[in-house]
Design a protein around this ligand. Sequence first.
Ligand SMILES: Cc1cc2nc3c(=O)[nH]c(=O)nc-3n(C[C@H](O)[C@H](O)[C@H](O)COP(=O)(O)OP(=O)(O)OC[C@H]3O[C@@H](n4cnc5c(N)ncnc54)[C@H](O)[C@@H]3O)c2cc1C
Length: 160
Amino acid sequence: MISYLISKNISKEKIPIRPVKGQMICFPPSDIPNPCMVMDEDRYIIPRKDGRIVVGSTRENTGFDASTTESAFAELRDFARQLYPALANVEPDAHWAGLRPSSPDSIPYICRAEPFTNLSLNAGHYRNGIVTAPASATLMADIVLNRTANIDSTPYQLVR
Ligand SMILES: Cc1cc2nc3c(=O)[nH]c(=O)nc-3n(C[C@H](O)[C@H](O)[C@H](O)COP(=O)(O)OP(=O)(O)OC[C@H]3O[C@@H](n4cnc5c(N)ncnc54)[C@H](O)[C@@H]3O)c2cc1C
């Protein structure tokens, strides 16, 4: 198995997961008529129940650098203002960045890390680690406990 991993350029010490930075901003509660969720390719606007408006997100390959940038702030702010002109005179009051763990094909690894018998992977969920958490955890538990899984684990192998 180790020689197979090496032949696939996958070292057993280094799983090929890289960070993809995402920046977001947030507007304070504003008087916007009929606020609703908007998805536009990489960008989205999410009105929260408390009236705040979250705007995301960038996709940046800048390594383990989770700093925020003025250019991303302006880009996200202007995207929101274009869709919600009522935000023209409202300044975002929050700006942050996080790192998404991504495999090369953005599909997570949920598997045993062979040839080790005591190491398993549930990683590389990229943009969807929150929404897929229940299903990922269920599959991982089935694998670790050697149970028959309801979810096909084939797409989530380390070597694929
Ligand atoms: C801006 C942004 C928006 C997102 N929006 C969504 C969304 O709407 N829906 C969705 O489903 N997902 C979303 N995601 C993606 C989601 O956050 C990730 O898929 C998810 O967090 C991955 O979970 P994880 O536990 O695998 O990794 P992480 O959440 O990255 O957790 C890894 C943890 O390991 C710690 N760690 C790292 N190295 C070490 C070490 N050597 N020793 C000890 N600890 C270490 C880190 O500090 C971190 O706490 C978003 C991500 C970002 C950045």
